[in-house]
Write a protein that binds this ligand. Structure first.
Ligand code: ATP
Ligand code: MG
Length: 557
């Protein structure tokens, strides 16, 4: 089990403990989180963020934030900003250690020159199609490029001229000279520089050549004195290249790359390319749509940072890829929200009840606790009057067996208030129920009714005092477990009921003071939060964060 209550021990921590025992890196632990600023962060990234920052924390080390920005065409400052905000929101702090791989473009260029001088890199003139042909296949070794034995001087000259913009995009590449027969395709003389005339969000038009990810990443790690470079399993086959580059550059330290399994979750997609497509095609309301698995979307939905961090802890760190049930994420969310959310009442499908024996000008100001178990949250005051809203679903003329709420001639307790009895149902010409007429038992405020049992308790809001609010009921964005693997296109599986907008919902008047992102449990309905984007004092908007119980478990049974 765990050495520390903060994070359960995992295989990476065991490796680090071993390294510390052997006095590697002078006992330092230094990690980094290296996002590419080509999209917003998603819940998968949260796993990597939690792992990198918590590992540093566990071993009293440091964790850097480094933007891996070697693909200028796909990257943007908008993404840089959102990534910074999401990491902070999750509760982690890189202090003054924010870097860009592009900070190292000059050094990367120099190191490439060093590789050329060692005879370990060469300028290659094969075009893309030729290069593919020369690369061979998994079963067939590759062929040496005709340029492989170019002289050092010629390579240096050509590389310099690549940088100076003398050639067109794609005319030349710089390649590492490793082994065209290697069973590992990544080692077959990988390209380490390409010519690409693209403006960069950090370096502008200074460069027309850009280093490739594999070459950049290991050197960036080394330049930042990273000790343990934690990455996902798909980089396992890249580790020999990571090590090869650093083995050639003896002046640099040699961080240790360790791979762990990506987080996958069902009922969603997690590739940035697909998330971007959903945004670009208007299938969702932006990267922060509350149905998106992005951290910005989850934040807007009402997820708490604690619930996400706890979830990442629960998932653990392993070497085996697997798919985690989204129910586990929602469980972690409910767990936190139950403890931290004040209670409130909001009627989503209002039905008016007129309590005929309650005087028209009378008002009871009831004091209800904000939380049933946490007194420190204090109380709220709720007005009770002759007319109240209840939810349509809480009244049945012909009740199904076991129905414990209001029926014609039956009694129910209004939460924190009186017991009422339904005396009459008023309908319109079409037979639709318009309102109920009821009576109340004045002796039942905070007391049991005399001589009878009333089992049901329902929520309500005083008609005169109610705040009109919009409620957005969110559900899973996809209605199939693995939209990526399902037949056809993943977009075919978008859940058409993933957003239901309800206007004219009736909230208790205390909700008028609710601030953006404030979270509540609307009793008997679920957890809701004030939409940080669209909610305004004259038009409050609440997002359904999660229902009180897992309704999907029921559906699929
Ligand atoms: P995507 O495939 O979603 O586009 P990516 O790997 O290209 O993601 P990066 O910005 O390069 O995105 O990721 C930054 C860091 O987060 C990397 O170290 C990457 O390994 C890690 N990461 C990305 N997705 C996941 C995931 N699903 N689970 C765990 N870690 C992840
Ligand atoms: Mg990546």
């Amino acid at each position: 089990m765990s050495d520390s209550p903060a994070i359960p021990s995992n295989f990476i921590h065991q490796i680090i403990r071993e390294d510390l025992k052997n006095n590697k890196n002078d006992g330092r632990v230094h990690t980094r989180f290296p996002p590419e600023p080509n999209g917003y962060l998603h819940i998968g990234h949260a796993k990597s963020i939690c792992l990198n920052f918590s590992t540093a924390n566990e071993f009293k080390g440091l964790c850097n934030l480094r933007f891996d920005d070697t693909n200028p065409e796909k990257e943007d400052m908008e993404y840089v900003d959102s990534i910074r905000e999401s990491i902070r929101w999750l509760g982690f702090d890189w202090e003054d250690r924010q870097y860009y791989a592009s900070d190292y473009f000059d050094k990367l260029y120099e190191f490439a020159g060093e590789l050329i001088k060692q005879g370990k890199a060469y300028v290659c003139s094969l075009n893309q199609d030729q290069a593919r042909e020369y690369r061979g296949t998994l079963t067939k070794p590759g062929k040496n490029s005709p340029d492989r034995d170019r002289s050092v001087d010629e390579n240096l000259d050509l590389f310099n001229r690549m940088k100076d913009g003398e050639f067109d995009d794609g005319d030349y590449t710089l390649r590492a000279k490793i082994d065209m027969a290697s069973p590992n395709m990544n080692m077959r003389d990988p390209v380490i520089y390409r010519i690409r005339r693209a403006e960069h969000h950090q370096t502008g038009n200074k460069w027309c050549i850009y280093p490739m990810y594999d070459y950049t990443h290991c050197i960036s790690d080394a330049l930042e004195d990273i000790t343990h470079s934690l990455c996902t399993l798909e980089f396992e086959d890249h580790r020999p290249l990571y090590d090869w580059v650093l083995d050639q550059l003896e002046s640099l330290p040699h961080p240790r790359q360790i791979e762990f399994a990506r987080l996958n979750i069902n009922y969603t997609v997690m590739s940035k390319r697909k998330l971007k497509q959903l945004v670009d095609e208007g299938l969702v309301d932006g990267w922060d749509d509350p149905r998106m698995p992005t951290l910005d979307g989850m934040r807007r939905r009402g997820y708490t940072p604690v619930s996400i961090r706890n979830f990442c802890e629960m998932v653990g760190v392993t070497k085996a890829n697997s798919v985690v049930d989204v129910g586990m994420l929602e469980h972690s969310l409910r767990d936190d929200l139950d403890k931290t959310s004040p209670r409130a009442m909001c009627v989503l499908n209002p039905l008016k009840v007129v309590i005929e024996n309650y005087p028209e000008d009378k008002i009871d100001v009831l004091t209800l606790p904000k939380h049933p178990k946490d007194e420190s949250m204090g109380n709220r005051e709720i007005p009770f009057r002759r007319e109240v809203w209840i939810d349509r679903a809480d009244f049945e003329e012909v009740p199904p067996p076991g129905f414990k709420r209001l029926v014609t001639g039956g009694e129910v307790r209004l939460r924190g208030s009186y017991v009422i009895k339904c005396e009459e149902v008023i309908k319109d010409n079409n037979g639709e129920i318009m309102e109920l007429r009821a009576t109340y038992d004045a002796a039942t405020l905070g007391a049991r009714p005399e001589g009878r049992k009333v089992k049901g308790v329902i929520h309500w809001v005083s008609v005169q005092d109610a705040l009109d609010v919009e409620v957005r009921l969110y559900d899973r964005l996809f209605n199939c477990e693995n939209p990526d693997a399902a037949e056809g296109d993943y977009r075919d599986y978008i859940n058409p009921d993933s957003l239901v907008v309800k206007t004219g919902c009736k909230a208790e008047p205390t909700m008028a003071d609710a601030a953006h992102e404030e979270r509540f449990q609307f009793e008997r309905e679920g957890y809701f939060c004030v939409d940080r984007k669209n909610s305004a004092p004259d038009k409050p908007v609440f997002n359904l964060t999660v229902t009180l119980r897992d309704t999907w478990a029921k559906k699929s049974n």
